[in-house]
Write a protein that binds this ligand. Sequence first.
Ligand code: ADP
Ligand code: MG
Length: 416
Amino acid sequence: MASEGKTESKAPDYASMPGLGDGEYPGFPADVAPNPMPDLSQHNNIAAKYLRAHPEVYEALREVKTSSGVGLAKCIKTGMDNKGHPMIKTVGMVAGDEESYTTFKALFDPVIDERHGGYPPDAKHQTDLDVSKLDDTKLDPEGKYVISTRVRTGRSLRGLRLPPSCTQAERRKVQEIMTKALATLDGELKGDYYPLAGNTSYAPKPTGMTAAEEHQMREDHFLFQEPDSTLLLSSGMGRHWPDARGIFANHQKTFLVWVNEEDHTRIISMQKGADIKEVFTRFVTAVNQVEKVVKAEGFEFMHNDHLGYVLTCPSNLGTGLRASVMIKIPLFSQKPDFKDICVRMRLQVRGGAGVDSASSGGVFDISNKDRIGFGEVQLVNLMITGVDRIIKIEKALEAGDNAAYDALVAGIPASS
Ligand code: ADP
Ligand code: MG
């Protein structure tokens, strides 16, 4: 994963960029939803489609606010500004605070149900971080296909508004709590905080990383991209960029915590190669340890029995877990039904540089597609089973063995 791109020497003028400066992204208002409801006949995202069919829900919630002042308008702005695509079903809404999910339940519940393929309002979500239940299958023993393995989740700090709605002061508070808490970690998790270049709110490093360091962190797949899609920008999560954003990393860069990207925190365990057991074991230790040090600072994570871990995007509720491999499969990935076959195995395919990126050289990021209704360990096991089959499929294609290929694909249960 060597650096190939150009090294930017100067930070862009974020303040003047829509959605990255102080103000809200232009378009649908972020404070109060207008009357009447906009024309949604051309919208394809889940939230907008529901509102189109149930304008009474829009009417009833239009002026309602949570106790911290988050309105319906803030939650649906991204889905109003971004019509969506008939083939790519986006959610079309985000939460501005923990209470959004209850105050605007009449809309969130059906959206969550549809996004997660059936998750009724009375469903209970079970956390399962028991490493001993992990599938023993050893992925890619020859080290030919899997380049690296990663498990991530998100966690939010109760009592502080989420990135789409928080004030600049609240966002800095998240950074302050997290950096104080993470600084107390020990052993393998011990590390340092690297504020983004131009983030001036972390006193020990008052100008942040250099642009070159930041660029390298991104090239190495450790660091998030700056929000560039209108989907993210219009949600409000990019305001005051890059203030109070950064990444905590242990010395080996196998344990990372993103601060104030789409969620208050994202916790990541990753390393080269295919040793998912080692990656998941470190992940479990990391989430437990981070929770402990956050508690020691007097805070807890947003969580409830129905939604599991409460995060900004309804698509991440539950476990927030995405277990992925970066995998080189130049033959299988050329099959026209490659992505459909992956989806049948409950897997999601991304390009090699993160969500919405293209793939190059047959390298893809393949992960579990589900987040809720399964425990963490079950989701990782689905990924292991699926990736094991994908490697077998690639080998069958390498050998030119069409019968083996057909049998492997036919063996995937249609209902899975
Ligand atoms: P997230 O689900 O964490 O938001 P993104 O799709 O935004 O993930 O990707 C964040 C970064 O993590 C990108 O650079 C992506 O390539 C990298 N990444 C994801 N999975 C892996 C993996 N298994 N190995 C290496 N890098 C990975
Ligand atoms: Mg992301």
